[in-house]
Design a protein around this ligand. Sequence first.
Ligand code: PEP
Ligand code: MN
Length: 444
Amino acid sequence: MNNTGDLDAWRDLPALQQPEWDDPAEVRVVAEELAKQPPLVFAGECDQLRERLGEVARGEAFVLQGGDCAETFEGSNADAVKNKLKTLLQMAVVLTYAASVPVVKIGRMAGQYAKPRSKPTESRGGLELPAYRGDAVNGFEFTPEARRNDPWRLLKAYHSAAVTLNLCRAFTKGGYADLRQVHAWNQDFVASSPAGRRYEQVAGEIDRALTFMKACGVNPDEFHSVEFYSSHEALLLEYERALTRVDSLSGLPYDVSAHLVWIGERTRQLDGAHVEFLRHIRNPIAVKLGPTSTADDALALIDRLDPGREPGRLTFITRMGASKVRQALPPLIEKVERSGARVAWICDPMHGNTFEARGGHKTRRFDDVLDEVTGFFEVHRALGTHPGGIHIEFTGDDVTECVGGGHPIDEDDLHQRYETACDPRLNRGQSLDLAFMVAELYRK
Ligand code: PEP
Ligand code: MN
């Protein structure tokens, strides 16, 4: 089934949201160059994540997936990556401790460089230019030069992903993620925010538990490093195809650009190129499902992407919006569960809750984000199914992009530190607030 012919079958199908490149020959040269690069992740790691997600599908673990809406090349520096990881680790600790559940940590990191857009162009001050499609395609700056699609950016995306993943691996394996560091992750944060102070309490309790366990002679390896996985939207099929390799052990193809890749809400057509391509790779994969998804869409996606009904192979990331989740989600879950498929269900409470603020900034209300997660939990509890995790857009920095939270940001504050290259992200305090609230929902 998985010969390389199948890996190229998508080329004959409609592929939405692909950039128009000036010179297809140049794209081929770049793709050949990419195909020569070393893998970013290994098949065995992807298999391990698939097993973890199998645990999620069976109700034994919870996913925390997050990062920028759009990573930038400029953002692949030590400080920004460390701040993001630190926040992810803090959230994970809160969830693990307060909800007593194993947390599968997946960065929306080291590859999230391409964006689907609702409009092909953007107008400002009378000037109309191509929309920004992510650093892998063109530049964010609003100039004709920056907005020109440049295929060599695909290679730069690979290198930025490599640098970012290397940092993530170093931080998570090299001692920084040691549970004895729980206080250190909070050091620059504790006094300045209510979430930081609340976290400090949990960290103190964990400390005492660790000291107790050590005194009892228990000090397992799991306390000293964390399993961290990378993920991004598999949007640019030339890029994903060039980074797909046949694993020498199993003879099966893996997309070695990330451990998990997902299909976005705009590119999940059953007869489209994205579904066709992802069908053939062995990585764990996910599909976003918005409020217009029907149960039959979900079943057809399962037939295409997970014909073997393998727990962990397929995750559905639902993004219904706070006002719709309680109506739109139950029919999907019911029918999928009745079919016997074991998918993991994750809630993306960001993408159904975006609106334009008074000053023109794209934003989200913290309360809507929390309300969608609450609805997600309510629906799963009512059906007796497992709320398997959350997928969020966040940053480790103190940006002002989403309104509300424990240390509230007002619509009129948004301009202060609005730095996202695409959608508004939760800042560090808002992310931690959310983790505490999700832990409470989980415990109920
Ligand atoms: C995204 O995750 O940034 C995104 C575009 O989401 P969706 O495909 O759910 O719209
Ligand atoms: Mn987004």
